[in-house]
Design a protein around this ligand. Structure first.
Ligand SMILES: C[S@@+](CC[C@H](N)C(=O)[O-])C[C@H]1O[C@@H](n2cnc3c(N)ncnc32)[C@H](O)[C@@H]1O
Length: 330
């Protein structure tokens, strides 16, 4: 029986690329744009997505609420009905090379539903996306437990729009430890330049969760570590691409995009989120100020980077709070 795993297809493609001498996306040298542009929107996720044109976004970073009662935004009667309102739009807005990375866990479900298994199952039944990896985000810090094994992982599922998805492995390789490196360098079968590049980070990522007193913290209850978001952004998009996060929360994705030379569309229903983002950007210091521009309101759809991204009559609600002038908050 033929093995139809997409991993074999990927291996076949890599062999073909090598034979033909074609440059694979992982061999490209990246040049960061001098300045990037970042749309800051306050909106319901599904409503905003409906205003985005087909095939216009390279990467969606998605960290939704899971009905855990973490905050007022984390309560739903029928979770799957709500989730489908934005999940249905994601495949449509992704470019052919694009991906969506969805954060979550497998053990959060309560009687009203809602965990990553629900989302995976929904996407596999209803979507046109292909599952590439389930990434286990493992951390050593967490809550203690007495009635079950204390939880030390969450998951991130990576779905791609098509077989042409972007994966910049060289951008996210991790260095070998000195001992292993020395050993490999002595092995004549291995190329020194390949060893220098480092190793594939695998689909198990050990990255600490943010502690309450972490310097990265800007006050959002479910803020994700920059290192996790950075690995996704660098691997699944290229400099100058557009990355979208419609559950922006503390603005971690926008901040990573500023640092890594991607344009971004950040949005959250919470009118406080631009304030969290201001705190994130303040941590970058004054030097970064010339490298990015924050756009709000009608200036977004008329900006050259975002022109054509929104439908003719874009639904771009203004922030409910007075506009935050990012440059002034540093
Ligand atoms: C898990 S948090 C995201 C945290 C974020 N990844 C970070 O690192 O800070 C989920 C976010 O979804 C937002 N949210 C909840 N319901 C929403 C909706 N219908 N539309 C847009 N945002 C929503 C909440 O305000 C919250 O900030």
């Amino acid at each position: 029986m033929p093995n139809r795993s997409h991993f074999n297809a990927a291996h076949r493609m890599m062999n073909f690329i090598r034979k033909e001498g074609v440059t694979h996306s992982s061999d490209r040298a990246f040049v960061l744009p001098e300045k990037t542009h970042h749309a800051v929107i306050v909106s319901d996720a599904a409503e905003l997505l409906r205003s985005v044109r087909d095939a216009s976004i390279q990467l969606v970073v998605c960290d939704p609420p899971y009905n855990l009662d973490m905050a007022s935004w984390d309560r739903f009667n029928i979770y799957s009905n709500w989730a489908s309102s934005w999940l249905d739009e994601v495949p449509r807005v992704l470019k052919d090379t694009g991906s969506v990375a969805i954060f979550g866990g497998f053990q959060f479900q309560n009687e009203r539903g809602g965990d990553l298994l629900d989302i995976i199952s929904y996407l596999r039944k209803n979507g046109r996306l292909r599952l590439i990896n389930v990434i286990v985000w493992h951390y050593r810090n967490g809550m203690s437990a007495h009635r079950f094994f204390a939880n030390r992982h969450e998951e991130i599922v990576w779905f791609a729009k098509s077989a042409r998805y972007t994966f910049n492995l060289d951008e996210v390789r991790v260095p070998y430890d000195e001992e292993t490196k020395k050993q490999y360098l002595r092995d004549p079968r291995l190329k020194p330049e390949t060893i220098e590049k480092g190793k594939n980070p695998t689909n198990v990522w050990e990255i600490p969760r943010l502690n309450g007193n972490s310097a990265e913290r800007v006050g959002h209850p479910t803020q994700k570590p920059l290192e996790v978001v950075r690995r996704l952004v660098k691997a699944l998009s290229c400099p100058g691409d557009i990355v979208m996060d419609f559950f922006a929360g503390s603005g971690s994705t926008t901040r990573v995009c500023v640092e890594e030379g991607r344009h971004s569309i950040g949005s959250d229903a919470d009118p406080m989120w631009p304030d969290f983002l201001s705190r994130q950007l303040a941590q970058l210091g004054a030097l970064a100020l010339t490298r990015y521009e924050i756009l709000r309101g009608p200036t977004i759809s008329s900006h050259p980077v975002f022109q054509g991204i929104f439908q003719e009559e874009p639904v771009l609600p203004q922030a409910a709070t007075p506009a935050v002038h990012m440059a002034e908050t540093r």
